[in-house]
Design a protein around this ligand. Structure first.
Ligand SMILES: Nc1nc2c(ncn2[C@@H]2O[C@H](COP(=O)(O)OP(=O)(O)OP(=O)(O)O)[C@@H](O)[C@H]2O)c(=O)[nH]1
Ligand SMILES: [Mg+2]
Length: 325
């Protein structure tokens, strides 16, 4: 498994998030007092506890596997353009402990949004403002309210049951969990020979230029702490987005952990990716990032404002009452 040990980033986050539901009620059992006790009586409206230790609210017990329970909340962002036939399969693999699912629709004409809402009414549906997968992810990130953000494709090629491995890596200390079809037990039954070779070349290039150890730059299954959105400062519209995020994560000094992943062929429909066109776009992004010496932590501390300067950033067309969460 490739592991890039880089200095810890100091980059700040994306601001305060509103509280989220803690997942299914049966998973939300308080188990004990967390944090240090207060001795000042603050927070006790009766004043009766003044002078006595005051505990913080109980934390929530959220098991994500037989061996692990976590406190951070998890958003899953799914870019989807005409994936109505695939969305039921994608949703079916999502773990029950995921707090928020954000589906970013790319002006689908096949009823993708209706299918998503019918199967999972609490899904947050975002209408992307522009075009392309990068644009869709940025709009999805802007809608996320959780501590951890996971990105997964909507074509059924990736398995949501692997999310636990990404989240485990993050809670164990990684800043950015990068899915890889070519690390350790990872595999792809989807990628063509041409694209496999192109991907390998791009990996070699990036690893040489930025001192990284990536094995799979162009893969859509990734996870990171939301507080590092500013460090990655996504500002590209297309399929080059994963490469850009990977380079910027490295430039920002994030701790990067690759997670082996299995990619199956997309279930229905056809790919939106063009090997030549998108390969060139990825190459351009790599060169641009090399020329730009500045570290990303100094820029775009508010990446969401890049969406549509001066206007409302995203259009959330359905989802839970955002004020109440
Ligand atoms: N919202 C939105 N989603 C997109 C856009 N382009 C691609 N997607 C989604 O991004 C995911 C990945 O796109 P794919 O077309 O499967 O591309 P790929 O996985 O890189 O290539 P294949 O391996 O050939 O499938 C899918 O869920 C697409 O529906 C877009 O412009 N807008
Ligand atoms: Mg695909």
């Amino acid at each position: 498994m490739g592991l890039s040990k880089l200095p810890q980033a100091r980059q700040g986050g994306v601001g305060e998030k509103a509280p989220l539901p803690a997942g299914p009620p049966e998973l939300a059992r308080p188990v004990g007092v967390q944090g240090r006790a207060r001795h000042d009586g603050v927070g006790d409206p009766t004043g009766r506890a003044a002078g006595r230790p005051q505990a913080r609210p109980l934390s929530v017990y959220r098991p994500v596997s037989a061996e692990l329970a976590i406190t951070p909340t998890v958003s899953v962002v799914i870019p989807a353009m005409n994936e109505a036939a695939n969305i039921p399969h994608v949703f079916a693999t999502l773990p029950r402990w995921v707090n928020e699912v954000v589906l970013v629709d790319g002006r689908s004409t096949d009823g993708t949004v209706a299918v998503a809402r019918a199967i999972r009414p609490e899904t947050t549906i975002v209408c992307q403002p522009g075009f392309g997968k990068g644009d869709a992810l940025l709009a999805g990130f802007a809608a996320c309210r959780c501590d951890i953000i996971v990105t997964i494709d909507g074509d059924g090629s990736t398995d949501g049951r692997e999310i636990v491995q990404f989240v485990s890596a993050l809670v164990a200390g990684a800043d950015f969990a990068k899915g890889s079809r070519f690390a350790s037990a990872g595999r792809s039954d989807d990628i063509t020979l041409t694209r496999r070779c192109g991907n390998r070349l791009l990996n070699v290039l990036v690893n040489r230029m930025f001192g990284t150890h990536y094995t799979d730059l162009c893969y859509g299954f990734n996870a990171f702490w939301a507080r590092y959105l500013g460090a990655m400062a996504v500002d590209c519209p297309g399929f080059e987005v994963e490469t850009l995020m990977s380079i910027r994560a490295a430039k920002a000094g994030l701790v990067i952990q690759e997670i082996p992943s299995y990619e199956r062929p997309r279930l229905y429909g056809s790919s939106n990716l063009s090997a030549i066109r998108d390969g060139c776009r990825i190459l351009r992004v790599i060169l641009r990032e090399k020329i730009r010496h500045g570290r990303c932590r100094d820029e775009a501390r508010d990446p969401i404002s890049r969406l549509s300067p001066g206007t409302s950033a995203i259009e959330v067309i359905a989802g839970p009452d955002r004020e109440s969460l």
